[in-house]
Write a protein that binds this ligand. Structure first.
Ligand SMILES: [Zn+2]
Length: 259
């Protein structure tokens, strides 16, 4: 007898691996502007890749990280995105309230997928694609309509998203777009809409703390110079994901720290 819960979570994990494989395509092709429907091909010699070399994670290790066609190194981002998507799907599934409908659950999996796309396209290419941002807004709105929230509540969330954007917009203006990209400004809008005023601001605060910590570590390790840039989008996404999964605990910690 296998536990139903374990069975479901295993299924969700494998689904996440498969979707992660598709997210890799979206990460690369939304940035390059290529059609997302064509078959996968080798990054180096452009040969089509056979289905048995596209099995999430497994193919990467069976091929020992080299392409079959031309024996070049396969980017480690590919299995990483697949694994993280699997993990994120399981976490999302577990953390959603038990009475959440199947449709809303699926839409939350789309939200988490879009956050993963934003994270990795900014990390790989320093670009947050508009496709991912617009879809994130629409899917969040759909979830609110299905929950359902009233239009008044949705209006309040839109106001919250504008308020959450102000500090990032301020930094964008002050640093003339060097410290922050406009993609970060648009992402802040989505953060406020997704998390509300307090949650959104706290997510931005977490992003700054994480960004500063990583920045200092990279400086100490001399991987980056003081003037070089690291994309800020991945930290914003980490802020969002921390609040989505551990929001309650983070609030508790905060109220203890700043009493
Ligand atoms: Zn090749």
């Amino acid at each position: 007898m296998i536990d139903f819960e374990v069975f479901t979570l295993t299924f969700i994990f494998i689904l996440g691996l498969a979707i992660g494989s598709f997210l890799n395509v979206l990460i690369d092709r939304w940035v390059s502007g290529e059609s997302i429907l064509g078959r996968s091909y080798c990054d180096y010699c452009k040969k089509k890749i056979a289905w048995y070399d596209l099995i999430p994670i497994l193919s990467f290790f069976l091929l020992r990280g080299k392409t079959r066609c031309c024996h070049k190194r396969i980017s480690f981002y590919y299995p990483l995105v697949e694994f993280i998507t699997g993990l994120a799907f399981v976490l999302t599934w577990m953390y959603l309230p038990i009475h959440t409908t199947m449709l809303v659950r699926s839409l939350y999996l789309v939200v988490i997928s879009l956050l993963i796309i934003i994270f990795f396209s900014d990390l790989k290419y320093q670009i947050i694609t508009d496709e991912s941002q617009i879809l994130l807004f629409i899917v969040t709105l759909l979830i609110y309509l299905l929950l359902p929230l009233t239009w008044r509540e949705i209006g309040a969330l839109i106001l919250a998203s504008i308020a959450v954007t102000l500090p990032i917009l301020g930094l964008f203006v002050v640093t003339k777009g060097k410290g922050m990209g406009f993609g970060d400004v648009k992402l802040a809008l989505n953060m406020g809409f997704l998390l509300g005023l307090k949650g959104g601001l706290l997510a931005i605060y977490i992003a700054f703390v994480l960004g500063a910590s990583v920045g200092i570590i990279l400086l100490i390790l001399q991987k980056k110079r003081l003037k070089s840039q690291i994309a800020f989008g991945p930290f914003l996404v980490m802020g969002v994901i921390s609040m989505m999964f551990f929001g309650d605990r983070i609030w508790q910690l905060f109220s203890h720290l700043y009493k």
